[in-house]
Design a protein around this ligand. Structure first.
Ligand SMILES: Cc1cc2nc3c(=O)[nH]c(=O)nc-3n(C[C@H](O)[C@H](O)[C@H](O)COP(=O)(O)O)c2cc1C
Length: 201
């Protein structure tokens, strides 16, 4: 049996089964340091990747840069929705300031790679976000994969200096959980599974 074919055992499933998000407000210092972050990324980049295009990259936002990004996003939000009110403005200002570290997972959708459907490349970047959460939890950190309107706004992408063919797959907020994150009801896999048969029976 090759190494790859050997069952890893219950531990791997236990880790998958234990995954849950920690709200960004409940993430505190310490954030993963350089070494821990690179360790997380080493696992996170092992995603299925049609054509091996590596359609993703990362931006690290930490310290004062989090507040500065929030200020810029809030200013963009105010221009787009001048009537949204002070609470919306404050929410945007603080968006990136709760967790000590925000990783922007950037989907790199080079038109030259059109042989691989864009949806597939985007899904690969999404898998990276998921794997990051999983890896963070394995190392004792917590995380949340968030988007919100800023993830889809071109001006925000410009503020992050994304290229014209890049998108935001997610803002992955990382830190050390202050609390045990609340569990939520999970889907019943049996209810989601159907047998397909050629005659539709
Ligand atoms: C692509 C994507 C974007 C998300 N964006 C947000 C968001 O902006 N705000 C939010 O409250 N939850 C968002 N979520 C959901 C949370 O990441 C999280 O999955 C949810 O709170 C449920 O927690 P769980 O991960 O423990 O199941 C998003 C999830 C995905 C997959």
């Amino acid at each position: 049996m090759t190494d790859i074919a050997k069952p890893i055992g219950d531990g791997a499933l236990a880790a998958l089964d234990a995954r849950r998000s920690v709200p960004a407000r409940q993430l505190a210092e310490p954030a993963p340091d350089d070494a821990a972050l690179l360790r997380l990324l080493r696992s996170a980049v092992r995603v299925p990747d049609h054509g091996k295009r590596v359609p993703f990259r990362f931006l690290r936002v930490r310290g004062a840069a989090r507040d500065a990004l929030g200020e810029r996003v809030a200013a963009i939000g105010r221009r787009l929705r001048p009537d949204a009110g002070q609470a919306a403005f404050d929410k945007d200002r603080q968006r990136f300031s709760h967790a000590p570290l925000v990783l922007v997972v950037v989907a790199v959708l080079d038109p030259a790679d059109a042989a691989i459907p864009e949806q597939e490349r985007l899904m690969t970047a999404g898998c990276v976000c998921f794997a990051l959460l999983q890896a963070a939890q394995a190392l004792g950190y917590g995380g949340s994969w968030l988007t919100g309107w800023p993830a889809f706004d071109r001006e925000v992408m410009d503020a992050l200096r994304l290229g014209p063919d890049e998108r935001i797959a997610g803002f992955v907020h990382l830190g050390t959980p202050r609390i045990e994150a609340p569990e939520r009801e999970r889907p019943d896999p049996a209810a989601l599974l159907r047998e397909w048969s050629p005659d539709g029976a």
